[in-house]
Design a protein around this ligand. Structure first.
Ligand code: NDP
Ligand code: ZN
Length: 179
């Protein structure tokens, strides 16, 4: 087996262990790990991304935000580039939610190219998930607000991947058309 395959296996294993007890917000309580794996697959399968560090960062992108994982841990295990990309896509949970959401819009354009790729795929996955089924307790208005906010973030990420941006635009257009 080549070293990239081994590295990806090591990374997905680490992420699965960290997210072991977490579930998505859908009624089926899908295991959370489906999300980071899906984000990495969007990048490789749909976005044509072969940069191993981007794919690793995608697999790890929610570990610092949502588990006990630290930046230092990622740096030690996967190197400074991967740890840095994850840091760029990690919200500061000490801040109020609306402030975090505002900062995502503000910071999007200033991220590295690698972090922008992960952000685009993350948004694409989450919006598709919302179209697939509404999270427990969410109103139609809340779903719409999430689409509107995502569209603002994506505007700051443009010029990164025409394929992924077109797929996001299709979702935004369809949403406007049906709502
Ligand atoms: P949240 O941040 O609470 O939830 C969205 C996040 O949950 C996603 O970014 C994703 O993050 C994760 N997630 C887990 N499971 C799913 C799933 N099945 N489908 C999609 N995402 C999932 O949402 P917001 O606070 O952003 O709420 C959306 C909008 O609604 C906001 O604009 C907010 O202002 C508004 N709002 C409205 C309320 C209301 O009652 N009307 C209450 C609160 C907010 P990850 O990639 O990290 O997994
Ligand atoms: Zn995510």
């Amino acid at each position: 087996m080549n070293s990239d395959a081994l590295l990806l296996l090591e990374t997905v294993h680490f992420s699965a262990e960290k997210h072991r007890d977490q579930r998505r917000k859908d009624a089926d309580q899908t295991p959370y790990i489906n999300h980071p794996i899906g984000v990495a697959r969007i990048l490789s399968h749909e976005g044509g991304v072969t940069d191993i560090e981007v794919l690793q960062a995608a697999l790890l992108h929610d570990t610092v935000e949502d588990t006990d994982t630290t930046h230092a841990e990622l740096e030690h295990k996967f190197g400074s580039t991967v740890a840095h990309i994850v840091q760029e896509v990690t919200d500061d949970k000490a801040l109020p939610k609306q402030e975090r959401k505002r900062l995502q819009v503000e910071h999007a354009a200033h991220c590295s190219h690698q972090a922008k790729l992960v952000k685009l795929a993350d948004k694409l996955y989450n919006l598709r998930d919302l179209n697939r089924c509404t999270p427990v307790g969410w109103t139609a208005e809340r779903v719409q607000e999430y689409f509107d906010w995502s569209s603002e973030v994506v505007n700051g990420l443009r010029g990164t991947s025409s394929v992924l941006e077109e797929k996001l635009d299709e979702l935004f257009t369809h949403r406007r058309f049906v709502s």
